[in-house]
Design a protein around this ligand. Sequence first.
Ligand code: MG
Length: 312
Amino acid sequence: MRSPQVVRDPSLPAEVTIWEVGPRDGLQNESRVVPLAVKVELVSRLVATGLPVVEATSFVHPAWVPQLADADELIDRLAADGLLAGGTPLPVLVPNERGLDRALRAGVTHVAVFLSATETFARRNLNCGLDEQYTMADPVVMRAKAAGLHVRAYLSMCFGDPWEGDVPVEQVAAAGRRLLAMGADQLSLGDTIGVGTVGHVTALLRTLAAGGTGPEQLAMHFHDTYGQALANTVAAMRAGVTTFDASAGGLGGCPFAQSATGNLASEDLVWMLDGLGVRTGVDLGALVATSDWFAGQLGRPSPSRVVQALAD
Ligand code: MG
C-alpha cells in the first residue's frame, strides 16, 4: 500500500494521540442502525489497528439516539471478549447521572460528558440553559472522579453555532475553564459545524493558554465540513495540542448539513501524521481495510479521501 514520504517538521510534537470516535459520534449521526454484532466487530477491529482510544458508545436514553440503543449489550459483549479490560480505553458518553450509573454497572473506566459553548445549542441539544448544564454535569463529573474514572468533557460549538453564528473565543475559554475546574481530566473542543479556520484555532488556544488552560489538558475535535480539519489540526499541533478526535472512514456525516462531511476521517489524519513522521501507533492499512469493510456494511462509500485512494 502506498504511504507518504516521511519529512519531519521539528516544530511539531513527535507523538499524537488519536481519540477514535467513530463507533459513538460516528454511528449516532448515521441514519442507518447497525446490528450489534457489526458494532462489536468494528470496535474490535479498530482496537486491533493500534488506535490508543476507541470511544465505544453512549449511555444516552434510547429514545434520543436509537442508533445506540444497544449500548448496554455492546459493552457487555466487549467485556466478554476481553476488550473492556484489554488495555485500550473504550470511553462511553454519559449525558447524566442515570447514564453514569449504567457506566459504573458495566465497569467502564473512561466516561465523557457533553456540554455546549452556546446557549442555543444547550437548549436544543441538552434541553437546559447554559448555566443549568453545569448543574447537570457537576454531580456526574464528581461521582465519576470519586469512582476513579477518567472523565473527558466535550464542549461543542466552539468555533461557530448554526443558530447564533460567531462564538467569541473568550466565551469558549470561560466555558472550558469551568469544565476543567469541575474536575474533568480533559477538555475536547468541538468544531461541531466545521467552520473553524487556522487563525481562529490559534486565537482560541492562545486565549485558553493566557487563562491558564494549557494544551496538555486539551483535545481538538475538528469536523471537515469545509475541508479545514487537517489545516486546523496542524495549527493546534503548533500550539502544543497532542490529542485529536477523529472518526474511522469519516463516519457520522454532518447532522447540520445534508450530505456534508462531518468528523475528520481517522485515515486522513493518520496519512498526514505518517508523512510528518509523527508517531500514532496506528496501522494505516488495517484502518483503511476496516473502514472499507464498514462502508460495505453501511451500503455507502466512505467520504474519507485516504480511504478512497487506498482501499482496493
Ligand atoms: Mg463529531
